[in-house]
Write a protein that binds this ligand. Structure first.
Ligand code: ADP
Ligand code: MG
Length: 605
């Protein structure tokens, strides 16, 4: 008996849909791209429940004839290419002709569409690939497509969707990618009846300003310089932030031929152009648009992938780097600052950081070892530190970092018993020196404290018992929509660690208290740091968030350089440090401990 048979179209479409439509954001991308391919000048996006129940896109594009409306939902039905050759001269966003077929296989779709030349439009309703209604209707020129109950017939997919907050964040990110390349088209984005974004038509710069130029995003085009380079191979234009306006939080966007792309290699070119101009941890914001002959890039990319392959990447790397350098050169009259001498772990010191940046506040009376600040210490005596961190020994990032990096040093340099009696000195307000059997040990005091705090915070996060310090004056954190939803995701952990934080309005939180280890810090700045770091690292799982939150808080809470430590304080710091599972490096891989061996010392004489 023959056992092979062809799958019915509806099943084949559902399988294909799994590739093209993975979440509401991919559906939104396909619909908006279709509107733009149809020459729309105005696109409205209406979303309900982060796209789970409704995703609607209304455009004023060319519309479809009755026949085309029906054909559009067939697989491999497209008006954009006719033969394989066309693939190499593509200027439209779509070309595969599988988006609508995929969407209608996994949702309930209702579409009305009309061309300018037609008196009546067409209404079409398709549920899970079955056409349930097709009739003439009266409707404006353009296309209005409503996708309801996405994945209604694919429970597994539905289950894999993340929280509404995460899905909304994905939707907005996808939306940003598109609106930034179509400044001449006006867009609105409505979620649950609220207008989240209203973007009038304008120039590229105006569009960037409209999306990011608010106090919440803090990316103002006035702090940008233009780049502009035209070569035979590629044209590059766009905007890069002036070094003095760079912040820790950046918006980095590459586009090629009107399409958003991720390109780690080209990112390196931009960063290289900035090298030596930015403090540690600062990132340049940029919006860079490439124009290149379509045949010089690989168009046959996967619909959901944003990486794009170029034919001659090395040359473009050089052109890009030179272009950014030139633009920066024109505007940086000041000599380069050597940030290595700024004496900081991750945060540059007050003298070298740009004026607009948050200052590291140095409180001369601040004692990090004061019982008030050391929550864990209150609960357990020093002897119990070992057991305290037992569960943390398997933590990935911290331990792996150390495994890979401390080849020359092992963690057995120092034992708590040694520390209790040996002499200790502080040097340059920055290092603790102590003699050991291996030589003279130099310990970076700020990093040591950061490492201790990192473990404390991780521990508190897992036990949900961070100690909180009430603020006298509540602070208000105002955020853009996608960061509002990110904070929603982080809320349980933020509360666990000691933030007293409540949503105040659709775009703000009020903070009444913060972790006890962070007194004297601005709650808003600390939270902005956390949001930035979590976003940059793309932390997705709760463990990654927690590591990120703990690392960011530890940096913020660590004692500053220049703080004079008493012998007792130094001893306590070192004792706690050596009791950590790994103490050679901070969570971010920076050296805490260095040894000057007897041999090295002897050699000098
Ligand atoms: P592709 O965009 O790859 O061609 P799609 O499945 O996304 O494939 O769309 C199929 C076809 O339907 C398009 O080629 C286009 O002709 C038509 N179409 C889809 N959306 C619109 C729209 N908003 N306005 C006009 N035509 C559209
Ligand atoms: Mg399409």
């Amino acid at each position: 008996m023959d056992i092979i048979h062809l799958l019915p179209d509806s099943v084949a479409n559902q399988i294909a849909a799994g590739e093209v439509i993975q979440r509401p954001a991919s559906c939104l991308k396909e619909l908006v791209e279709n509107s733009l391919d149809a020459g729309a000048t105005r696109v409205q996006v209406i979303v309900r429940d982060a796209g789970r129940t409704l995703l609607q896109v209304i455009d004023d594009g060319i519309g479809m004839s009755e026949m085309d409306a029906r054909l559009a939902f067939e697989r491999h039905a497209t008006s954009k290419i006719r033969e394989a050759q066309d693939l190499f001269s593509l200027r439209t966003m779509g070309f595969r002709g599988e988006a609508l077929a995929s969407i209608c296989a996994v949702a309930q779709v209702e579409m009305t569409t009309r061309r300018k030349e037609d008196e009546t439009g067409t209404l079409l309703e398709i549920h899970g690939s079955d056409v349930v209604r097709q009739e003439p209707c009266s409707c404006p020129v353009g296309t209005n497509i409503k996708v309801s109950n996405l994945f209604f017939n694919v429970p597994v997919r539905r289950k894999f969707l993340k929280t509404d907050q995460t899905e909304l964040r994905n939707l907005l990110n996808e939306f940003y990618h598109i609106v930034l390349v179509y400044p001449k088209v006006s867009f609105t984005f409505v979620h649950n009846d609220e207008i989240v974004m209203e973007l009038p038509a304008g120039s590229e710069k105006q569009r960037i300003e409209a999306v990011f130029g608010n106090p919440k995003r803090n990316v103002f085009t006035s702090s940008f310089v233009d780049i502009n380079t035209v070569t035979d191979l590629v044209s590059i234009h766009g905007f890069v932030v002036k070094p003095e306006n760079a912040t820790k939080k950046s918006e980095q966007y590459f586009f090629v031929n009107g399409r958003y792309m991720r390109h780690p290699y080209f990112l390196k070119a931009v960063l290289t152009a900035y090298s030596g101009m930015l403090p540690n941890d600062y990132q340049p914001s940029f919006f860079i648009y490439f124009d290149i002959a379509p045949e010089a890039i690989d168009v046959n990319i996967h619909p959901t992938k944003t990486e794009i392959k170029f034919a001659d990447e090395q040359t473009i790397f050089q052109i890009l780097m030179a272009s950014v350098r030139e633009a920066l050169g024109k505007f940086t009259l000041a000599p380069q600052i050597d940030f290595d001498t700024s004496g900081s772990i991750d945060i540059p010191s007050a003298q070298t950081r740009p004026v607009s940046q948050p200052k590291v506040t140095v409180d001369p009376n601040y004692n990090p070892f004061n019982a008030r600040h050391s929550f864990v210490e209150q609960q357990r005596t020093v002897n119990h530190w070992e057991s305290l961190y037992e569960g943390l020994k398997n933590e990935r990032s911290y331990s792996e970092l150390n495994d890979g990096m401390s080849a020359s040093l092992n963690d057995d340099l120092l034992h708590p018993e040694d520390v209790s009696s040996c002499p200790l000195w502080q040097y340059a307000g920055k290092y603790i020196l102590l003699p050991t059997g291996h030589g003279l040990l130099l310990i970076n005091q700020r990093r040591a404290h950061a490492a201790i705090l990192y473990h404390q915070f991780l521990e508190q996060l897992s036990l949900t018992q961070g100690a909180m310090q009430q603020l006298l004056f509540p602070e208000v954190l105002v955020l853009p929509p996608d960061e509002m939803v990110l904070v929603q995701d982080l809320l349980p952990d933020l509360r666990a660690i000691g933030f007293d934080i409540e949503q105040l309005s659709p775009d703000s939180y009020s903070i009444q208290g913060l972790p006890a280890q962070l007194v004297n810090q601005s709650a808003v700045l600390v939270l902005q740091d956390i949001i930035h770091d979590v976003r940059e690292r793309g932390a997705d799982t709760q463990r990654e968030w927690r590591e990120q939150i703990a690392a960011t808080l530890a940096e913020n809470g660590a004692i500053p350089y220049g703080k004079t430590l008493s012998e007792e304080e130094m001893r306590e710091l070192v004792t706690k440090l050596v009791e950590l599972p790994h103490y050679q490096r901070t969570a971010k891989g920076k050296t805490i401990v260095s040894v000057l061996s007897d041999e090295e010392i002897n050699k000098r004489f």
